[in-house]
Design a protein around this ligand. Structure first.
Ligand code: ADP
Length: 441
């Protein structure tokens, strides 16, 4: 609106002011009669019903020392108010996000000085907001031995735009106000502003996670060692029992009565099962250990597995179909075990009169390969689909040989590689086992 001087009748003018602001404007006008001037921001309602923000400056002219008339200069400031409100809203949103964040959020300018330090940062690093703002991030929270590298990294980025860390998630040591060091996970982003760069760092204290990872690793190692020792110690006496029972069976077959022959054969099959179980337990323990990784060509590996399972494949006429499978980063022996267990099960749990058919498929999802192995075997009832991955759990009796450790070994192998394994199944028609594996770089 063009600046205009108020000449119209005051009560009529006041009606145009938004009802919520009217009293305030009226008061300002009345006090201007005493002071000689007024300045006010208020809303007015246009004849078409639209609300506009106005800025009014008024001057009172006197005659014979009595207020005679007031001249107002009014400016439409709606656009400015809308922009201010948008800015205030965005500030409020930013502040809410910073306050609610469980991660420390730190914003640093191109000189390495802190511009933002949210409540989570106060809690994690032990500094209060006012102690941190304007201080050098490097001096405050980077341990002394890493400070030089931090400064060099910042300078290198400013000089060349080259940054190793930007956009990555890294684990690094940070320092508390009391000087103690602790591990954090850190992600740094460049804030898209004009002029000199600003960086936002998102920091998560991972002390507890590291403790539990260490404890888990130690306990896995101990369990592995224990399983090695136990299975070795169990195998020796078991071999003795087995060899002497075999001798008994050979030398006394028919010389004792029929019942004794049957008992001996039960002892033999019991010891055989026990040996398989011990071997399986050992495999299970080993699957939890960190095995060296290398690129594994899965097509080639599946060919080897098919070779190793030649006997059941020939016996059942099973067909194993797979397209060009990817190369993953894993331990070849563990991959052999994984595929052998899954393909072996698909044959072992086949439906009567149905020739086993197994289709292996792969798909790239983000940075991992998702593999699926679909069979036309018996299928797994819905209520058992998680249970089958637990150690020693079987859905079959000893009419189908097995230890209930095969899928538990598969789960450990996949999880050790940071993946997940699960099964979808239509009971009576077949199952599809899905698992993810890291891609070879
Ligand atoms: P095992 O084969 O030694 O019993 P696993 O851990 O390999 O042990 O499998 C656990 C159970 O899951 C099996 O006893 C079987 O009942 C069921 N199962 C596994 N694979 C399949 C499959 N492909 N089709 C149907 N059932 C399966």
């Amino acid at each position: 609106m063009e600046p205009r001087t108020g000449g119209e009748d005051y009560p009529q003018w006041l009606v145009g002011v938004h009802p919520e602001d009217r009293e305030r404007v009226d008061e300002a006008t009345r006090s201007a009669l005493k002071t000689g001037e007024m300045e006010s921001e208020f809303r007015a309602v246009w004849p078409d019903g639209q609300v506009h923000w106005l800025h009014a400056r008024g001057k009172v002219y006197y005659e014979h020392e009595k207020p005679h008339r007031m001249v107002r200069i009014v400016r439409d400031i709606t656009a400015q108010k809308v922009a201010e409100q948008a800015l205030a809203d965005s500030e409020a949103r930013k502040s809410a996000i910073l306050h609610a964040s469980l991660d420390a959020v730190l914003v640093m300018d191109s000189e390495g000085l802190l511009q933002e330090f949210n409540p989570a940062a106060e809690q994690i690093f032990g500094y209060e907001h006012h102690q941190a703002i304007g201080q050098s991030l490097g001096d405050l929270i980077v341990p002394p031995r890493l400070r030089e590298a931090h400064k060099r990294g910042l300078q290198r980025y400013l000089a060349s735009g080259e940054a190793k860390f930007l956009g990555q998630r890294i684990e690094i040591q940070a320092m508390h106000v009391d000087g103690t060091e602790f591990p954090v996970e850190l992600a740094i982003l460049r804030v898209p502003v004009q002029g000199a760069p600003i960086f936002a760092g998102y920091v998560r204290d991972i002390t507890e996670r590291k403790h539990s990872e260490d404890a888990l690793r130690r306990s896995n190692e101990e369990l592995g060692e224990f399983a090695h020792v136990v299975s070795h110690d169990l195998q020796t006496p078991l071999r003795t029992v087995r060899s002497y029972t075999q001798l008994l069976a050979k030398q006394y077959q028919g010389r004792l009565d029929a019942e004794a022959d049957e008992f001996i054969s039960h002892v033999l099959s019991g010891t055989r099962l026990m040996q398989t179980l011990i071997k399986g337990l050992l495999q299970y323990a080993i699957a939890g250990e960190d095995a060296p990784r290398e690129p594994v060509h899965l097509s080639e590996l599946v060919r080897n597995v098919v070779g190793a399972l030649a006997a059941p494949i020939e016996e059942t006429g099973a067909r194993i179909l797979y397209d060009d499978l990817p190369t993953v980063s894993a331990n070849p022996l563990q991959m052999q075990q994984l595929f052998q267990n899954l393909i072996g099960n698909a044959i072992k749990y086949r439906r009567p009169q149905v020739v086993p058919e197994i289709r292996i498929h792969s798909e790239f999802r983000r940075n991992r390969w998702l593999l699926s192995l679909a069979d036309n075997a018996e299928g797994i009832p819905a209520q058992h689909r998680e249970r089958v991955f637990a150690p020693l759990s079987r859905l079959h009796g000893q009419d189908v040989p097995g230890t209930g450790l095969g899928l538990a070994v598969c789960k450990k192998i996949v999880e050790r590689l940071g993946g997940r394994i699960w099964v979808e199944s239509e009971y009576g028609r077949g199952s599809t086992f899905h698992f993810s594996l890291p891609a070879a770089s």
